[in-house]
Ligand binder design. Structure first.
Ligand code: SAM
Ligand code: SF4
Ligand code: SF4
Length: 378
């Protein structure tokens, strides 16, 4: 029998030990990293598993039946996640996004949502609690998630053409079920739903106008995401990236757009409003967003921390290693100690991969070992 070739990739490189500094001060919410960036956004990946095999994220050849996912005992419990989230909120986090893998595969996710929505930001507000999902299980789960306190959802959808969609998810999943999931989310009362389309030149870029027309005027915001060189398994090539500027140029021909101002600092998407007959933004038609991680780096105000399902803290989507918070959690550290360790890690942060991408030598840029998108989420 032919031996299976194991790719020279292990996204779970040994973690970095999180140390508790002596003389730690209590959190003030004013924490900044070495580039003056505050900590405002926490993305929590709740599972490394997914029922899709999008080739840009979990290519089948790598994520096959031999792939070793984490055992359940390695995953943070909901209580552990909630404890960490509470400590991050005290450091100034205002927004929490649940992601994965496919987060809706994690059993009883609504219970985690309920625990997180009981937390408060430093300002005493309910944190902005949101979820990114492939939508496959949304029809079944939207109501329970809404009832548990989830505020917003983002659904990934790369094509409306069933054949293209089935090919891109690579598990033959029908697009109609994702559309039903979006409808269920609307019916459950979610407002401001977002739809993320990863645009791959030559694969689904011809679908851009169809998606735009489908969601224009529905209150759902479509966002075009540049295909990124995350992880080390998707065989990324620059010539498959369709720059956001080109996406907008293609749309302008038929559906005039005007640039809109950012709503908050650190916002990843550039906003474009559909113009009415007078050439100005018509709010009834809504807006689209472009996320240009490749052609227009936004590291300068990146305020996002990422927590993996096994409790590692990553400071950048393109990081190779994360900081092991689970050892602190399970080793009996106090809230004060964990909080001080988090502060220490953030204060040492200097990551800005997208800004450096083009100038990095090959062993630091493409080809460098780093975590997968399916491990750390978007
Ligand atoms: N499974 C969920 C989903 O697909 O929405 C959540 C996790 S997924 C990793 C989060 C987001 O990352 C999705 O919107 C997905 O399209 C995006 N993504 C994954 N790989 C990507 C890549 N190589 N470039 C750009 N976006 C990517
Ligand atoms: Fe799964 Fe989301 Fe990755 Fe697609 S993008 S393989 S749905 S985790
Ligand atoms: Fe933030 Fe890293 Fe992305 Fe730059 S490359 S925007 S630092 S996650």
């Amino acid at each position: 029998m032919a031996e299976r070739v194991i790719p020279l990739i292990d996204e779970r490189l040994a973690p970095l030990a999180a140390t508790v500094p002596v003389n730690a001060a209590p959190p003030t919410g004013l924490l900044t990293d070495t580039r003056g960036r505050p900590l405002r956004d926490l993305r929590i990946s709740v599972t490394d598993r997914c029922n899709f095999r999008c080739s840009y994220c979990m290519p089948k050849e790598v994520f096959d039946k031999h792939y070793r996912y984490l055992p359940h005992s390695d995953l943070l419990s909901f209580e552990e996640i909630t404890r960490l989230a509470r400590l991050f909120l005290a450091h100034g986090v205002r927004k929490i996004r649940l992601t994965g893998g496919e987060p809706l595969l994690r059993k009883d996710l609504d219970k985690l949502v309920a625990q997180l929505s009981a937390l408060r930001t430093l300002e005493g507000q309910v944190p902005d609690l949101t979820l990114t999902t492939n939508g496959s299980l949304l029809a079944r789960k939207a109501r329970a998630l809404k009832a548990a306190g989830l505020q917003r959802v983002t659904v990934s959808l790369d094509s409306l053409d069933d054949a293209v969609f089935r090919r891109m998810n690579d598990v033959d999943f029908p697009v109609a079920e994702v559309l039903a999931g979006i409808e269920a989310a609307q019916a459950a009362g979610f407002a401001h739903i977002k739809v993320n389309m990863v645009v791959k030149r030559g694969t689904n870029d011809h679908e851009i106008p169809a998606l735009a027309r489908h969601f224009r005027g529905t209150g759902i915001t479509l966002r075009f995401i540049e295909y990124m060189d995350v992880g080390a398994t998707n065989g990324w090539r620059m010539d498959e990236v369709l720059p956001s500027a080109e996406v907008i140029a293609r749309l302008q021909a038929d559906l005039p757009l005007v640039p809109l101002a950012a709503q908050s600092p650190g916002e990843t998407a550039q906003r474009w409003g559909y113009a009415g007959a007078d050439g100005r933004h018509d709010p009834r038609l809504g807006e689209v967003g472009t996320i240009s991680s490749v052609t227009q780096a936004f590291c300068g105000d990146c305020n996002r921390a990422r927590l993996s399902m096994e409790g590692r803290l990553y400071l950048c989507l393109f990081a190779a290693q994360g900081w092991d918070l689970r050892s602190l959690l399970r080793g009996g550290a106090s809230d004060e100690q964990i909080s001080a360790a988090v502060a220490h890690i953030w204060q040492g942060r200097s990551d800005r991969y997208s800004e450096l991408r083009a100038s990095l030598p090959p062993d630091q840029g493409q080809g460098r070992r780093r975590i997968e998108m399916s491990y750390i989420g978007g």
